[in-house]
Design a protein around this ligand. Structure first.
Ligand SMILES: NC(=O)c1ccc[n+]([C@@H]2O[C@H](COP(=O)([O-])OP(=O)(O)OC[C@H]3O[C@@H](n4cnc5c(N)ncnc54)[C@H](OP(=O)(O)O)[C@@H]3O)[C@@H](O)[C@H]2O)c1
Length: 303
């Protein structure tokens, strides 16, 4: 593959950090578009989404934009103010990129955006969500639908657009897995709610490889689910983590009402789930390195 010039937004986060490493390994040039300067191999350009400002040099020589920026979904309680931040950090950032691409002379031909399986809403049935299914109606589904609508507008500029609907990313460095390991390590791990809710997970390395494929494979276009082939239930994930770190799961499941009292609407994130299909990305030729949960956990939780 010929090397590309790639500009990544939100690159300082969990996914962007790993993707940056992988893009460099493949001989690409990488730059970051960030809210703050950071030391590192990649040059950082600054943007201020509220002020609608981007460093005018950010797009120079860029062929591909990878858009990952967004306020953390589970970082803070869902006050009205925080919900607005979660939405606008995604929609207004995409609008700003659209406006810059529309008015500036540029060389960008591909726009690869993060999205989320939250698009489908929650469903605890066996049904596997596919990319052409309708969006859900809860808060997160509405956020993702509006975010994707802004991303889709970029294709009006003649730019190839790919949206990766990311599932629960498993990494030893952060995200859901780190939070799940903590109580299990201290002997107080337990399934949450019914424990039957589906977790459509993906190993961070597989997700980064999926973004790399989307950057390189010009046949890819539109939405692709970014989840592994085998979703598991919350109970099975809890047990598999416990087994991997040699701890028993002896406690009964944490009742739903306790989590709802503690977390309010945000409890949906842990009490509900969805089973999502990876067929489309596999049909595009993507091969997972970590198909089964046991192999992913063995890699991530090795001592
Ligand atoms: N990790 C997952 O399990 C998962 C699942 C589904 C979807 N996703 C989506 O994938 C994208 C990347 O995920 P991630 O796990 O790498 O996220 P992350 O670790 O939270 O990083 C996101 C980055 O976005 C930027 N950011 C944070 N708050 C912002 C705000 N208010 N306005 C503008 N930019 C802001 C930050 O970069 P700077 O400080 O450099 O600006 C931050 O490093 C996110 O949009 C996320 O919603 C992730």
């Amino acid at each position: 593959m010929s090397s590309k010039n790639i500009l990544i937004t939100g690159a300082s986060g969990l996914i962007g950090t790993r993707l940056t490493e992988l893009l460099y390994q493949q001989g690409n040039h990488v730059a970051h578009l960030s809210r703050n300067h950071r030391q590192g191999k990649a040059k950082t350009f600054l943007w201020d989404i509220n002020k609608k400002q981007i460093d005018p040099h950010a797009f120079e020589g860029t062929n591909t934009i990878v858009h990952l920026a967004g306020a953390g979904i589970a970082d803070k309680p869902w006050t009205e103010e925080r919900k607005w931040e979660i939405l606008k950090s995604r929609t207004q950032s995409t609008q700003l990129l659209y406006e810059e691409l529309r008015k500036r002379k540029h060389t960008v031909t591909s726009f690869i955006s993060a999205s989320a399986i939250g698009y489908y809403g929650f469903d605890d049935n066996e049904k596997k969500f596919k990319e052409n299914d309708e969006p859900g109606t809860d808060f997160l589904a509405n956020v993702v639908r509006q975010w994707e609508a802004e991303v889709d507008r970029i294709s009006e500029l003649g730019i190839r657009v790919v949206k990766i609907r990311i599932g629960i990313v498993l990494s030893e460095k952060g995200g859901a897995l780190k939070e799940m390991v903590k109580p299990i390590k201290f002997w107080v791990g337990a399934p949450l709610g019914t424990g039957d809710q589906y977790i459509s997970w993906i190993h961070l390395d597989d997700l980064a490889a999926m973004f790399l494929k989307a950057v390189e494979d010009e046949k890819m276009q539109g939405a692709y689910n970014g989840t592994g082939p085998y979703a598991v239930t919350n109970r099975d994930l809890t047990k598999a983590i416990a087994k991997q770190i040699n701890r028993p799961v002896v406690l009964p499941a944490v009742p739903s009402f306790v989590l709802k009292t503690l977390l309010g609407e945000m409890a949906d994130l842990v009490l509900k789930g969805s089973n999502v299909s990876s067929q489309k990305i596999e049909d595009a030729g993507f091969k997972f390195q970590y198909e089964k949960l046991e192999s992913a956990l063995a890699d991530l939780l090795k001592k």
